[in-house]
Design a binder for this molecule. Sequence first.
Ligand code: NAD
Length: 355
Amino acid sequence: MAGMPFACAMGNNGGKKKSLGIALVGLGSYSTYQLAPALQDTQYCHLAGIVTGTPEKEKVWATKYAIPEKNIYNYDNFDEIFQNADIDIIYVVLPNSMHAEFSIRAAKAGKHVICEKPMAVSVEECDAIINACKEAKVKLGIGYRLHSEPYTQEIKRFVKEKTFGEINYVTADAAYMSKRNPDQWRLNKKLSGGGALMNMGVYSIQSLIYGSGENPIRVTAQEYSTRPDYFKETDETITAQFEFPSGVVGNMMTSHNANANRLFASCERGWFELQPANNYGPLKGRTSNGIIEFPHESQQKLQMDDFASHILNGTPNLAPGTMGKRDMMIVQAIYRSIKEGSTPVILDLKSMGLD
Ligand code: NAD
């Protein structure tokens, strides 16, 4: 990569375009069933290219989405994408342990980056991605679609405007039952970096933070294992308690061995709840004042449009790299607490901001 011409002028000069070209890296289930369909309806970006390690997928995608051959890459020739002016944003949708490598290669090619959640498998990798994007002067967003989603935005508004007074307690569950495939990459520690916590747990962490409006200062965690034959290398169920600077207490659960999807906050003058809180929607919201309801739109469409608009129009980056790094710091603190026998772990996230 050394000496590669900086490609800013060729591919990512979004200011002149009305819609930015996105290349999806990794054509698995999320790209196939959520991102590519959503990109047919986006306003500020469109599906312009693909990067795949599976040659059979090239023709299928090229035909279905009219992708020209020059915009189709594999993992080996991916770096040549720096020359391709059709591609402005690279969206990394690979197993977690591959996020850092491909996000960094994308930044070095002068392209803006969306990196799926969890951002990476360690805080060091998050730093490496953030630094690569800074150096290349490209934007970085994490695939935290819920920040673009109206029910979640309403919860953030309740918290900010103290609609129900001060928050006293917040709880969040994000879990699903995994039964059928013990060989999937999500249960392979080398590829996933961890189990339920890395996969669904980041949603519980996010919910506790936007449900309280604060970053935690201390976490204490427990791990439960009931099916060690299936979950050979990765965590099955984790619970954790968060303490926040104002005194708010939070409680989270994540699991690959239960179905749960909820955010609930108890406040001075009532309560609010999302259930489901983090699936593809429509989410459902209730408060002590009644039901909340919004029209449904693809969360992925909203998320990718928000990121493209950030590049084109300077609107806020709703899920920046620092947010992904902060969550990885919390993930690591949770794993450390468990390793140390459920000892509280102190976190210093003051410099991380809330976004
Ligand atoms: P998937 O298993 O369906 O797809 C993974 C893709 O990576 C496949 O195309 C596969 O060919 C490719 N790949 C390359 N090297 C691989 C390897 N060594 N092992 C396995 N696959 C390999 O996974 P997915 O559900 O599409 O998830 C991809 C990423 O997207 C993950 O990081 C996941 O956390 C994230 N994701 C996010 C959301 C969300 O709501 N934001 C939802 C689903 C997945």
